[in-house]
Design a protein around this ligand. Structure first.
Ligand code: DGL
Length: 271
């Protein structure tokens, strides 16, 4: 297998990264992919930086053993805490999910008030604040809110549930008071709750779902490194998990909006 026909590796703490994978497959149908969802150790959002780095490096080593040509960290929490460590380990291009979202928010805001929601680890890392300031300068107003319950609600499939709406109303209160006009969905699980978050945020607020931007970034990087698969044949997609295969298949198929037939369970602690 030469470099161009090697797969793209994608990982998340669980199933949320499938929202990014879906965009990658749509934009680059010829690319092969290998996805790892760490459902056995999710959530990452409540874990320490050291633990998140350890987990991300184990996954990167596992995906390296699958001979990937590029790695996508399709998890905001792992991108926030472990991007540098993963880059130091890998000799292939690594794409994170923070920069594309921050850039889209800066381009989208009119009143220069941006809200960011994410896991506790992502919010505490200030990674979005730094990335937004990098593109926009220091005068941009950024209001952050950790929404830890959203991950469970997304994985529970309660995407349109009244309970989700009530929780969103509580989480988004301060952001609404601050009158943000742009809200970054800083967690790959949150696009699944998009309808409820949009209703709660109100029609004046534009949501930034970075998944598509991330896929465009992946395409750019592949082009730059001359790694694009030029085949006319559709790529194949392989899935690995650290926990129940049935759970991954059932919920993952919903996240991807297509049937996931084959999932393999691996012992990630070995890597
Ligand atoms: N999908 C992860 C992210 O984008 C969050 C889920 C978790 O807490 O593990 O941050």
């Amino acid at each position: 297998m030469n470099d161009t026909s090697a797969p793209i590796g994608v990982f998340d703490s669980g199933l949320g990264g499938l929202t990014v994978l879906k965009e990658i497959i749509t934009l680059m149908p010829a690319e092969h992919t290998v996805y790892f969802g760490d459902t056995g150790r999710t959530p990452y959002g409540s874990k320490s930086p050291e633990t998140i780095i350890k987990y991300a490096l184990q996954i990167a080593r596992f995906l390296q053993s699958q001979h990937i040509k590029m790695l996508v960290i399709a998890c905001n929490t792992a991108s926030a805490r472990a991007y540098k460590a993963v880059c130091d380990l890998m000799k292939i291009p690594v794409v994170e999910v923070i920069t594309p979202g921050a850039q889209a928010a800066v381009q989208g805001t009119i009143n220069r008030k941006i809200g960011v929601i994410g896991t506790r680890a992502t919010i505490e890392s200030d990674v979005y604040v730094n990335a937004i300031r990098h593109f926009a300068g220091p005068d941009m107003q950024i209001i952050q809110q950790a929404c830890p319950l959203f991950v469970s609600l997304a994985e529970e499939g309660w995407w349109h549930h009244a309970v989700t709406r009530s929780i969103a109303d509580v989480y988004l209160q301060a952001l609404k008071q601050a009158q943000v006009d742009t809200l970054v969905l800083g967690c790959t699980h949150y696009p699944l709750l998009k309808d409820v978050i949009a209703q709660s945020a109100g029609s004046d607020v534009t949501l930034v779902d970075a998944a598509h931007r991330v896929s465009e970034r992946v395409l750019d990087v592949l082009k730059t490194h001359r790694l694009m698969n030029q085949s006319d044949v559709q790529g194949h997609h392989v899935f690995y998990t650290s926990d129940s295969i049935e759970y991954f298949q059932k919920l993952g198929s919903l996240f991807m909006d297509r049937t996931i037939d084959t999932v393999e369970r691996i012992d990630i602690e070995q890597y």
